[in-house]
Design a protein around this ligand. Structure first.
Ligand SMILES: Cc1ncc(COP(=O)(O)O)c(C=O)c1O
Length: 402
């Protein structure tokens, strides 16, 4: 089996560097003039890492998407095409912007947004596509970007679960018009809560930062500077527009910067865990436990290792219970499809909404979601992953012999 590096302070999720940076913020008394601004350093390194001109730090990866959609001028009367197999924030952000989420189906093998289904859902009101790199796998970006260019649609990538994923040699987070990341505690890199938007468009970046920063006139695509003279002037017009306060706190930025500096290691550890779990699945992978299909030229970033249970005589609960009884860590289910969540079901969110959110909207997603078994990949020591892999093997064998 593949060896993970031995457990050390650096391999703990939060290590010495995170502590050091947090203490530096505290020692600065929150005066950015007293030291370097961690938010600025985080944004600069993030933009560089994700091959984008601009990166804007946020409080979380939901506010990011709200701000990006609003900055693109998307609002009431508009429609945004989203996948249903994702965390509800993808659609919540569309509603926060005042627009209507329209659900398109997923591909049966990659479980990402299907370009063919997107094309079918386009109406004269469609303004954007919001594809999700679900579990760390990029969707068919060529297909989606082609539709977007033909129909003049804005593309916002939801890459909350995809860090350092690649699509045909390009970094995920650099292909759409803007991309959103989350630093929530389960993600590849974390600051407890946090998020980031990347884009190459200066005008869009400026608009996003205004929304992020209470509409301050002084902020631009980069951070912006203001003189004491100006800020003390009683006639100074601070607010160019009405904005939100979605700024990432410095303490979170300190943790996020330390995490970003070791992101390749954090991602690699998840990839190794996924590989070890995949080896344990072995032949069952082609028979009755199907992993997410990874198209040629795409690099998965393994936020989670997910299998689709393809045996009608075994329920999701049967598998979960047997794995757990054998000492398995616990298996997560995929979120319910967003439109079947109580918050959405049969809801009417826009005056022009012609179809209610109900069963039957996305038949492929409806057959895939109930059978997904999500395994953790954020292990910090090799023994633990290997013991989980052995338990998984044992669970599979017990079903194969029955
Ligand atoms: C696919 C996806 N989109 C959006 C989010 C929202 O991010 P946040 O929790 O930072 O608001 C998450 C996770 O939390 C997610 O997994």
């Amino acid at each position: 089996m593949t060896a993970l590096s031995p457990l050390s302070t650096e391999t703990l999720r939060i290590g010495e560097r995170e502590r050091e940076y947090v203490l530096a913020v505290l020692d600065s008394q929150f005066r950015t003039s007293a030291g370097s601004s961690f938010t600025k350093r985080l944004e600069d390194l993030f933009a560089h890492t994700f091959e984008s001109k601009y990166a804007i730090a946020f409080t979380n990866g939901t506010a990011t998407m709200h701000a990006a959609l609003a900055a693109a001028g998307i609002g009431p009367g508009d429609e945004v095409i989203v996948p249903p197999l994702t965390m509800a924030s993808t659609s919540f952000a569309v509603l926060h912007a005042g627009a209507l989420p329209v659900f398109a189906d997923i591909d049966p093998d990659t479980w990402t947004l299907s370009p063919a289904s997107v094309e079918e859902r386009i109406t004269p009101r469609t303004r954007a596509i919001l594809p999700v790199s679900i579990y760390g796998l990029a969707p068919d970006m060529d297909g989606l970007m082609d539709i977007a260019r033909r129909h003049n649609l804005f593309v916002l990538e939801d890459d909350a679960e995809c860090f350092l994923g690649k699509y045909k040699g390009r970094m995920i987070g650099s292909i759409g018009d803007a991309s959103s990341f989350s630093f929530q505690s389960s993600k590849h890199m974390t600051s407890g809560e946090g998020g980031m938007i990347t884009t190459n468009d200066e005008q869009l970046a400026t608009a996003i930062r205004r929304i992020n920063s209470l509409g301050y006139a002084a902020v631009g695509a980069g951070k912006g500077k203001i003189t004491r003279e100006t800020i003390q002037d009683p006639l100074y017009g601070r607010h160019a527009s009405v904005g939100y306060n979605y700024r990432m706190p410095e303490l979170c930025a300190a943790v996020a910067l330390a995490q970003l500096e070791r992101l390749p290691e954090l991602v690699e550890r998840r990839a190794l865990s996924a590989r070890i779990l995949g080896e344990a699945v072995g032949k069952a992978a082609s028979a009755w436990l199907r992993p997410q299909a990874i198209p040629e030229g795409v690099t998965h970033s393994w936020w989670s290792y997910v299998l689709k249970l393809d045996r009608s005589d075994i329920t999701w609960y049967d598998f979960r219970d047997r794995f757990r009884e054998a000492g398995g860590d616990g298996i997560y289910a995929a979120w319910r499809l967003t439109y079947l969540e109580p918050a959405f079901r049969n809801g009417k969110f826009a005056s022009h909404q012609s179809q209610l959110f109900e069963k039957g909207l996305c038949p492929v997603a409806e057959t895939v979601q109930p059978h997904l078994l999500q395994f953790k990949t954020n292990y910090t020591d090799q023994e633990k992953v290997e013991s989980q892999a052995r338990i998984l093997r044992q669970t599979i064998e017990s079903f194969e012999s029955q």
